[in-house]
Write a new protein. Structure first.
Length: 105
């Protein structure tokens, strides 16, 4: 009930909205917060077909690889600037997560 009250109090931003924003959001909030029903099923189908299908993932793999390379380069640059140990540990953890994610594709 609390999350439904939050939806009633949310108002769309004052700037003009596009038709896509109107159709793909639930009162201009995250798609994952939509209560189960017809709209949820329609948007789930759209997300599965357009976002996480094997063809879509294969098409976007080049962009993901490029983004990973950019993050890895920036990590190396930052580490070479003599960061504090805490920052170094954070960047090292990020690097390992990204490397593991990259190997899964």
């Amino acid at each position: 009930m609390l999350h439904q009250e939050r939806y009633r109090t949310c108002k769309p931003p004052s700037k003009s909205q596009t038709m896509a924003e109107d159709r793909l959001t639930y009162n201009y909030t995250a798609v994952g917060m939509i209560p189960y029903g017809h709209l949820w099923r329609v948007l789930r189908r759209l997300v599965v077909v357009e976002s996480v299908s094997s063809n879509s993932l294969q098409w976007s793999s080049g962009m993901r690889e490029e983004e990973i390379q950019m993050v890895i380069r920036s990590l190396y640059r930052e580490v070479s600037k003599n960061l504090e140990l805490l920052d170094f540990c954070f960047y090292t953890q990020c690097y390992h997560e990204i490397a593991r994610w990259k190997m899964s594709y």
